[in-house]
Design a protein around this ligand. Sequence first.
Ligand SMILES: Cc1cc2nc3c(=O)[nH]c(=O)nc-3n(C[C@H](O)[C@H](O)[C@H](O)COP(=O)(O)OP(=O)(O)OC[C@H]3O[C@@H](n4cnc5c(N)ncnc54)[C@H](O)[C@@H]3O)c2cc1C
Length: 395
Amino acid sequence: MNNMFDIVISGAGPAGSKCAELLANKGFKVALIERDTNWRKPCGGGVSARILKYFPQLKKANPHKIDSILMYSGDYNKLKYTWKGSREYSINMDRLEFDNIVRNVAIDAGTYLFDNNLSYEFIWKNRQSIGIKTKTSSGTKEYFGKILIIADGMSSKLATKSGLRKKWKIEELGIAKCAIIEGDLSLEHKCIHVFFRPYKGYGWIFPLGNNRFNIGCGTFEEDNLNYNLNTIYNEFFKDPYIKELLPTRDYKAIWSASYPLPVLGVKKKSLYNDNIMLIGDTAGFTSPISGEGIHPGVVSGQAAAEAAIYALEEDKISKEVLKQYKLNSNVRKIIKNFKLKRSMVEFFYENSGRNLSNMFKLANQNDEYREIVVNMFLFNSVPSKEFFSEIRKLN
Ligand SMILES: Cc1cc2nc3c(=O)[nH]c(=O)nc-3n(C[C@H](O)[C@H](O)[C@H](O)COP(=O)(O)OP(=O)(O)OC[C@H]3O[C@@H](n4cnc5c(N)ncnc54)[C@H](O)[C@@H]3O)c2cc1C
């Protein structure tokens, strides 16, 4: 097979795979380059119900269904919300399984997957990038494309080499460690637990079914420099409240890993240039409060695919045309929503997390406040200024 494609995508995670699927479905010749399909992306694997609209194929895998969330403030005030009884449910999945399913959807649509290929450089001609070079066990390979899409996550070298964005600074990131553990859990198997910390950080326990769960914690922004990840991870397991949920000593970690994630929102000036687009984590599509990045990454992959389809059909691949990616209504909604969440993060963690703690206290006392807080966390609505000043008054 020759190495000329309409589109070359580096990275077959959720964002790259969605993008490849949609382009291949339209009949374009798509190369999807992946470093290692056996790599399990470090992730909690918690995905909102919205993902099933993008990948109905996931239902066949019978993913573990979640119907409630229990959130703890840094000083352990709790807030529980359940959507039991509604038709919608969120899911928890092992990322290895999730990524393989969404990759296979792209392959079934006609995408050419090149596994064990590490993208490391662009192929340049007249100062324009016209392809991607990879390293493989049998030497260097070259893949040429009219449009190049960078979807290779946080570790992307191509994103910086493209000139679209600089290297991440440590304060722009979250850093988290997580594990998949086997053993009995003393919590409801359909409930996810999120533990906000008194510093900029949080931890989680996400049940996966069959006595397995994903557990992890991390820090973000300036607190990456103030706390050691391994120390807080070990302390998290020893925390008396968390120990209550892990009643026996009989746990076996079947996998663990650490990884960074973007936390300052979408890099909206870095999304596209002539014949190139950045999508998913590498462009900042991860929610600043929860770290949820699978759904927003997939949305960015879809928006980039739509912009590329139009550009290829019109045979105009300049940045003026690819701008449609950034103007996509779903991408604009995400950019706006993440901006609001960023401002809330500052509020939550003020005074060692006391605002968040007060918010949970009020929500437990008063149904009206409860609705505001739940809508803010789960449905992206923004509380009024009066609400925030009410909370501050309690300090
Ligand atoms: C610890 C942790 C917990 C998280 N928990 C959640 C959660 O519970 N729910 C949620 O929604 N989000 C969570 N996130 C965020 C989520 O994991 C990411 O936002 C999401 O994976 C982004 O998808 P992506 O396709 O952009 O990138 P990735 O999933 O990172 O995919 C990138 C792909 O590119 C490949 N690749 C990398 N470099 C190269 C290269 N040079 N050449 C070729 N291929 C390459 C990788 O192997 C990978 O397959 C978490 C993140 C972390 C770090």
